[in-house]
Design a protein around this ligand. Structure first.
Ligand SMILES: [Zn+2]
Length: 115
């Protein structure tokens, strides 16, 4: 499992989260005093906490984090780090595992990879 913080990806909240993957991910380190996000560097605190977010906002994932996961996956596949034949390789990102899905009225962000 690799941890990161949403604030490192531009969110106002410092939400530390762990991700499981079958490949090595190159994610930004969790926010800390030694490795603070840009907002924390300036204000010495975060703008808001996870507990203050509504359910919809609590479930959002920064699109740049999804990009990092995707690019890590592409790197593992294209650099031969995967033992799985290329025609059987696919990427599934399940942000709701263990949490359950939520209904959202907001417009979902779309990430269209360029290969
Ligand atoms: Zn932070």
């Amino acid at each position: 499992m690799q941890g990161t913080s949403y604030c490192k990806y531009g969110f106002d909240v410092e939400k530390s989260t762990g991700f499981l993957a079958s490949f090595a991910m190159q994610l930004k380190k969790e926010c800390s005093v030694r490795s603070a996000c840009a907002y924390f560097e300036i204000h010495k605190k975060h703008k808001t906490g996870v507990a203050k977010l509504d359910t919809n906002d609590r479930s959002k994932i920064p699109i740049t984090l999804i990009q990092d996961i995707y690019e890590s996956w592409i790197g593992s596949v294209t650099h031969g780090m995967s033992n799985i034949p290329a025609d059987l390789v696919f990427l599934v990102i399940d942000p709701f595992i263990g949490e359950g899905s939520t209904v959202s009225n907001s417009t979902p962000q779309t990430f269209i990879p360029s290969i």
